[in-house]
Design a protein around this ligand. Structure first.
Ligand code: SRM
Ligand code: SF4
Length: 566
């Protein structure tokens, strides 16, 4: 293999389909870590080696190795979890982890702080709960996300089936997962086939998501392959296809940037898998395998051209895409409280701060949801805004659920401010190796300060999208926040402003590398202007653009459409 390729390409090629020496590393009692190369492969199995950054310096001083542990991420297409699974996942959190359960911005669970000797039993516990972690991370198609639209339960069901089919279709075929984690016997010495991925998998991670208008809770234009379900008269007609969305960027490197997906056409359901496979395999064949920073689909598209990509895709799949169908989004946040679906069942949207369910002191949110799981005759759905929906509840059971929700303080959403209800924060410190600043731990500090400013200007109930990220990788999709803080260094952030409320316009940098006093002072003036001069129902981000408070966003206002009208 050419030595101009990124090192990881060579690791993948030599890994015997993701085996490497992970088993040997797990069995090495001398260290709490595994080797760097195995760590890269471990991601494909849904786990990351991390260390507790709060005590990193102290351990270095004491000449101890870092406090290594592992984060595990589940693959739960569409974020649907049965009550039995919830209890099993909660047991796992209590037995093996240090930081409770964490709902992610891709509507699945992460468990942090699993030490090496517990990794295998933890993976087995997930398997025993009829779930998996394979391909939750790594250069493959990840967790497939889909809208959690409680009003339209039959539509959710239709779309959920496609999320599951896409997820299953793109699961790696290697037996390595069974061999390493489930003590699966090696069935054959014959080389295994990865029919979609080949020996070196994809150049970089790949993400798919399905939105059900009018809700864009998955941020469909942030996906490599974003699908907008078109449903008429209760029948799924098919999907508008958007490609090349992505958030990640690097401070100071203009060759990396967030990008909204471009709409390239419409596909009926029976052709969806073919189109998805066409997009994935084109990215497999043409994605950049030399420079990893440029390896996402968005760069392949911008490098080769959208027309080129679409022509290649149609040649590969053997049929043309149809013209984009009309659709309309009205928000990318979640609905809170009870809503009744068309089938009469009820759905309760709950706000979970930064998605963390972890009993601390008198706050017993983790136990609260566990108690609900014990009595729930329905299911849980996690959202891409890190929230939780208790779903498919019969009318006779409402009072029972309400009682537990109130008892365990899960009803905070009732009184919360508009900004809190629309806030997301990525994990960041102390577990994330890439964090430059606090995010999840900063949210409870920042939010009350913002709320007191908003209250001063009579805006406490104004729904404003706030997104915090500890670095520019963008795990909270901060470039789609009406207000976003993107970490630069401890206590310092870029303040970005002016995305819209529906996930169709990126924000821009308003102030670079500033600390909290400057952040609050800047927002105080802007809130004052918004309170005074906004049009009726005008959203904060739209107001900032209309009133030229921020320069017109350099990115397009709506995603590029090829060959179609919306
Ligand atoms: Fe992310 C890397 C956490 C959603 C873009 N992300 C990481 C790592 C694994 C850090 C690392 O590589 O060492 C973080 C682990 C932190 C920890 O301690 O748990 C991490 N990402 C998360 C989660 C948990 C954030 C959260 O608060 O919920 C989300 C888990 C999603 C999941 O369940 O699969 C998460 N990450 C996202 C999203 C949002 C999305 O997908 O909708 C993005 C932006 C969309 C995108 O991919 O473009 C995102 N994460 C990244 C990137 C930048 C990728 C890029 O193209 O440049 C990295 C860094 C990397 O891959 O090198 C990253
Ligand atoms: Fe870590 Fe950065 Fe992602 Fe936050 S945005 S979880 S700091 S990689």
């Amino acid at each position: 293999m050419s030595n101009t390729l990124a090192h990881l390409e060579q690791v993948k090629a030599n890994s015997r389909h993701l085996r490497g020496t992970i088993i040997e590393g797990l069995n090495d009692p001398i260290t709490g870590a595994i080797s760097d190369d195995d760590n890269k492969l471990l991601k494909f199995h849904g786990s990351y080696q991390q260390d507790d950054r709060d005590i990193r310096d102290e351990r270095r001083k004491q000449k101890l190795e870092p406090a290594y542990s592992f984060m595990i991420r589940a693959r739960l297409p569409g974020g649907v979890v049965t009550p039995a699974q919830w209890i099993a996942f909660d047991d796992l959190a209590r037995t093996y982890t240090a930081r409770g359960l964490r709902i992610t911005t891709r509507q699945t669970f992460q468990w942090h702080g699993v030490i090496k000797r517990n990794l295998k039993p933890a993976m087995q516990a997930i398997h025993n709960a009829m779930a998996t972690t394979i391909a939750a991370c790594g250069d493959v198609n990840r967790q497939v996300v889909s809208s959690v639209n409680p009003l339209l339960s039959s539509q959710h069901k239709l779309v959920q089936e496609w999320a599951q089919k896409l997820s299953d279709h793109f699961i790696p075929r290697t037996r390595a997962y069974h061999e390493i984690w489930l003590d699966g016997e090696k069935i054959t010495d014959e080389p295994e086939e990865e029919p979609i991925y080949g020996d070196t998998y994809l150049p970089r991670k790949f993400k798919m998501g399905i939105a059900i208008p009018p809700t864009n809770d998955v941020d469909v234009f942030a996906q490599d392959l974003g699908l907008i379900a078109i449903i008429q008269d209760g029948k799924l007609q098919g999907f508008n296809v958007a490609i090349g969305g992505g958030m990640g960027a690097t401070h100071g490197d203009d060759t990396t940037y967030p990008r909204l997906g471009s709409l390239i056409g419409f596909v009926p359901p029976e052709q969806l898998i073919a189109v998805a496979e066409g997009v994935v395999t084109l990215q497999r064949d043409y994605g950049n395998r030399v420079v990893r920073q440029h390896a996402r689909l968005k760069y392949t598209l911008d490098h080769r051209g959208l027309d080129w990509f679409k022509a290649q895709l149609e040649e590969r799949i053997g049929f043309p895409l149809q013209a984009v169908r009309p659709y309309h989004f009205d928000q990318n946040g979640d609905r809170y409280g009870w809503t009744q679906g068309e089938d009469g069942k009820w759905h309760l949207g709950l706000y979970i701060e930064s998605g963390r369910l972890w009993d601390r002191g008198t706050s017993l949110l983790q136990t609260g949801v566990r108690e609900i799981a014990k009595v729930l005759d329905g299911e849980f759905r996690m959202t891409c805004n890190q929230n939780l929906v208790i779903s498919n509840v019969a009318t006779k059971d409402l009072a029972k659920i309400d009682k537990l929700v109130a008892q365990y303080g899960l009803d905070g959403y009732v009184q919360q401010s508009g900004i809190r209800r629309h806030s997301i924060a990525c994990v960041a410190l102390p577990t994330c190796a890439l964090a430059m600043a606090e995010s999840e731990r900063y949210a409870p500090v920042l939010l009350p300060k913002l709320e007191s400013l908003l209250a001063k200007h009579g805006l406490l109930d104004a729904p404003i999208l706030l997104r915090l990220s500890g670095c520019p990788n963008g795990c909270s999709r901060p470039y789609l926040g009406e207000i976003a803080l993107v970490g630069r260094a401890l206590g310092r952030y870029d303040l970005r402003l002016g995305a819209d409320f529906i996930g169709e316009r990126l924000n821009v940098v308003y102030r670079e590398n500033i600390a909290e006093p400057e952040i609050l002072s800047a927002l105080d003036s802007l809130f004052a202007a918004y309170a005074k001069d906004r049009d009726p129902d005008e959203k904060f981000g739209d107001f900032l653009v209309r009133s030229n408070v921020i320069p017109a966003p350099s990115q397009r206002l709506i995603p590029i459409v090829l060959d179609g009208v919306i």
